[in-house]
Design a protein around this ligand. Structure first.
Ligand code: NDP
Ligand code: 8X3
Length: 257
């Protein structure tokens, strides 16, 4: 695979799941990494692992993307040589609850909107001008099948992912005529900590989500992300939907139970 050696990749939400697997996949290709999330200890463990396995240079940055005002401050503090971001993977995101809209709570809604939409915007607002300054870059937003189809009780989470899809399209247009690429990678069911977070640590409930099917793994999605990033400069994969074979839509999931 050509083109990723020495590239600087910022992965938000690198402490778990898809983001963590994405960091590993880019490290295997020889990229340098900025690992961002709230759980710094996990990022530091990952950085040490990548150093050992791939001799990767990583910088760990504690960022809560939901704290929009501090995102710029934290990113502006990046040391010399670490602002030349070639690839931004806007992955940090979460779901809270799976209930009818009229039973939902403002706290959960705020958390999803602040992280999935406003967090992605806050990071992009800082990094895209840097990319424009260097006339190069690639933004990879992690959307979801939930940004293509709403499912029962998914209401606000789905709305945030519909928003991510709209933002990806808007970014592509706003960067028209520049060499900067925009990609939306939109997975179906992937077994990560996603459902554990959605159900606030209820492991039994989380496990039900993946019962009787072979879901995607973080690694499956990471491979797709790295594939998009490693296309030749004139090729922009604008949208990639990646599903488990056993899933045909948000509501059609074949389970062998
Ligand atoms: P995980 O829960 O395993 O990982 C989520 C990551 O996001 C963690 O690293 C977490 O880090 C980070 N994160 C959450 N909130 C914040 C915040 N406020 N600031 C910074 N980082 C944050 O789930 P996934 O890997 O599955 O999720 C990654 C992305 O993939 C999300 O955008 C999700 O919507 C999307 N997705 C997931 C699918 C699935 O089925 N799993 C399918 C389709 C899309 P920390 O807690 O340390 O801050
Ligand atoms: C995560 C996939 O279908 O659980 O975005 O919403 S789904």
């Amino acid at each position: 695979m050509a083109g990723l050696k020495g590239r600087l990749v910022l992965v938000t939400g690198a402490s778990s799941g898809i983001g963590e697997a994405t960091a590993r996949a880019f490290a295997r290709e020889g990229a340098r990494l900025i690992l961002a999330a709230r759980r710094m200890a996990r990022l530091e463990m990952l950085a040490a692992e990548l150093k050992e396995a791939c001799d990767t240079q990583s910088l760990c940055v504690q960022i809560d993307v939901g704290q929009h005002k501090t995102v710029a401050t934290e990113l502006e503090k990046l040391p010399e040589g670490w602002r030349e971001i070639d690839i931004l993977v806007n992955n940090a995101g979460l779901s809270r609850g799976l209930v009818r809209l009229h039973e939902g709570g403002f706290h959960d809604w705020d958390e999803m909107i602040d992280t999935n939409i406003k967090g992605l915007l806050a990071v992009s607002r800082v990094v895209i001008p840097w990319m424009l300054g260097r006339n190069r870059g690639h933004i990879i937003n992690i959307g979801s099948i939930a940004g293509h189809e709403v499912y029962p009780n998914g209401n606000v989470y789905c709305a945030t992912k519909f928003a991510v899809r709209a933002i990806s399209r808007g970014m592509k247009m706003d960067l028209h005529g520049t060499p900067i690429r925009v990609t939306s990678v939109d997975p179906g069911l992937a077994e990560t900590e996603f459902s554990l977070v959605r159900f606030r640590g209820n492991g039994e409930r989380a496990a039900q989500t993946y019962k009787g099917l072979k879901p995607l793994t973080g690694e499956d999605v990471a491979e797709a992300i790295v594939w998009c990033a490693s296309r030749p400069e004139h090729v922009d994969v604008t949208e990639m939907v990646i599903m488990p074979t056993a899933q045909s839509s948000t509501t059609m999931v074949h389970r062998e139970i």
